[in-house]
Ligand binder design. Structure first.
Ligand SMILES: Cc1cc2nc3c(=O)[nH]c(=O)nc-3n(C[C@H](O)[C@H](O)[C@H](O)COP(=O)(O)OP(=O)(O)OC[C@H]3O[C@@H](n4cnc5c(N)ncnc54)[C@H](O)[C@@H]3O)c2cc1C
Length: 504
């Protein structure tokens, strides 16, 4: 093993969260060495993987961007390649890129309490060779879904279909859809992005949904940011202002939906109705559930509604009976002809990137655990897992988690602590998923088998509230009654031991 395979902090994943964590370390705890292990050949995670036409964020960039580095555009939602470039530029600016080992898939991570070290087994994705890394701390920033495959239900009669079936997670680079009849199965963020984009050149695009989703139009360009930029207000100031406003807006819409669901619903349906006009049936955008029981979807300048009004796209709410040779037959008996079917059916939720995690030889089942302040899995020492918000921009929480982790490291340095663990008791765990019972989206229900449990009380309760998390993670005391610290010396890393053996 090469001597540089031992570091203070190993970060798994070079997406928004992993790069953010690495930048925070260089800013706030620079005395610690670190490496990032990344399966893919490039930085960006989600924003590198997803390449379907029109791929973009569905939350605003002032809150999806890092707190410490302004997003300089004035568009409210950004396209995938621009987000990837922003993550890459951030990594370059903070000297993080050279500390990434690409095409390394982490297979297992084992903590040894006696040694005070993590041993991480890695497969080289190109050669298949095995490598071993050791570290004092581990950060799991692997996102929340399986990169190898998306969620893809089997449909009756699929084998008969003469056209092409495509999943957005594995978009064929050369897919030719101009002039073709396309059916997009789904009603989530991916489907509503794909439909207007493909409708620009396809013969026709049908969005086929089992049930409606709340879809809101947002301006393509932030009018306030555009004015401030015109008056040459420095980008960091514009960013900060936009961020404060958008955090409050996101929270306001969420709180209104939770506390006054009838009012929120009436407002959202009214807005959708105005966008759709008289020709498109509002029932396709009238969900049976309340706003924020499932994720809200947004469309820039109402692009989806525009393509429906124009007739280049249409929406059908029904169930699939079977694929036929020429398309899809619905329960109603209607048949939709198709040359291409896009299964925008979602993600398969996976935690810690499929890594086998062990503590002193015992496997960690995430489903049985609760999470301390939403960042540390109970009973797993010297480790943090980064899970962003589902009801606001992911990065808001990822940034807070990394800030907290640096505070924890600095606290441990000052006190001479070498190990930290948050240990929950049975009374701290509920049976509910940490993603909350509020969100009823399909992928969240499917994720129940792997998601940690919701805590019954502080500090185990996942709050999903930026303001309250900021108090707990940014301002709260690091040492508390729950965290257990130890000062037992850390064993020398395996390569140091080997060198000593060779010398002696
Ligand atoms: C299409 C799409 C659109 C989205 N839009 C938004 C949005 O608008 N707003 C929002 O807040 N959220 C959005 N999300 C959620 C999104 O995933 C987060 O915004 C954010 O990108 C997550 O960053 P991450 O770094 O935590 O995870 P990811 O982006 O998933 O990155 C994880 C990284 O870890 C690597 N990795 C995983 N397992 C291993 C392993 N075993 N070994 C080594 N490396 C590993 C992966 O290769 C990847 O590079 C979207 C998600 C999708 C799929």
């Amino acid at each position: 093993m090469h001597s540089s395979n031992h570091v203070d902090v190993l970060i798994i994943g070079a997406g928004l969260s992993g790069i953010g964590a690495a930048c925070h370390l260089t800013r706030d705890a620079p005395q610690h060495s670190f490496l990032v292990l990344e399966r893919r050949a490039r930085i960006g995670g989600t924003w590198d993987l997803f390449r379907y036409p029109g791929v973009r964020s569905d939350s605003d960039m002032y809150t999806l961007g890092y707190k410490f580095r302004p997003w300089r555009g004035t568009k409210v939602l950004a396209d995938g390649p621009s987000i990837r470039a922003y993550i890459q530029d951030t990594a370059d600016e903070y000297g993080v890129t050279e500390r990434i080992r690409f095409q390394r898939k982490v297979v297992s991570a084992s903590w040894c309490t006696d040694d005070g070290l993590w041993t991480v087994e890695v497969a080289d994705e190109v050669t298949g060779d095995a490598e071993t890394y050791t570290s004092r701390f581990l950060i799991g920033s692997t996102g929340y879904y399986n990169y190898d495959a998306g969620y893809r239900p089997d449909f009756e009669g699929e084998e008969r279909f003469a056209g092409q079936v495509v999943h957005p997670q594995q978009w064929p680079e050369d897919l030719e859809y101009a002039g073709k009849r396309v059916v997009v199965i789904g009603s989530g963020a991916t489907a509503i992005t794909l439909v207007p984009e493909m409708a620009k050149t396809a013969a026709h695009v049908t969005m086929l949904q089992r049930s409606p989703t709340y879809v809101l139009a947002v301006p393509e360009t932030d009018p306030v940011a555009a004015v401030l930029t015109r008056f040459r207000v420095p980008a960091p100031v514009t960013y900060k202002l936009g961020r404060v406003r958008n955090i409050a807006l996101q929270r306001g819409v969420y709180d209104l939906s939770r506390h006054r669901p009838a009012l929120a619903r009436a407002m959202m349906l009214k807005a959708a109705g105005l966008q759709l006009g008289p020709k498109v049936d509002l029932s396709h955008f009238t969900p049976t559930y309340d706003p924020w029981d499932e994720r809200l979807c947004v469309v820039p300048n109402g692009d989806l509604f525009r393509s429906l009004r124009k007739g280049s796209a249409s929406v059908v709410t029904d169930h699939i009976e079977t694929f036929t040779e020429g398309g899809i037959r619905l329960r109603s008996g209607e048949e939709i002809p198709a040359d291409i079917v896009v299964t925008a059916t979602g993600l398969e939720v996976q935690l810690v990137g499929g890594v086998r995690v062990e503590v002193d030889g015992r496997p960690v089942e995430t489903r049985d655990r609760v999470i301390y302040k939403g960042v540390m899995i109970d009973g797993v020492p010297n480790a943090m897992v980064i899970l962003g918000y589902t009801n606001a921009s992911w990065t808001l929480k990822a940034d807070l988690a990394s800030e907290y982790f640096c505070r924890l490291l600095n606290h441990m340095d000052r006190k001479g602590h070498t190990r930290v663990v948050a240990q929950a008791g049975p009374q701290d765990r509920s049976t509910e998923s940490a993603m909350g019972s509020a969100l009823q989206s399909g992928y969240i229900k499917r994720a129940d088998g792997v998601m940690p449990r919701q805590g019954t009380r502080k500090p185990w309760k996942v709050l999903d509230n930026y303001y309250r998390d900021a108090i707990a993670l940014r301002h709260g005391a690091v040492a508390d009654a729950t965290l257990q610290f130890s000062d037992q010396p850390v064993a020398a890393s395996p390569q140091v031991r080997r060198r000593a053996e060779q010398a002696g």
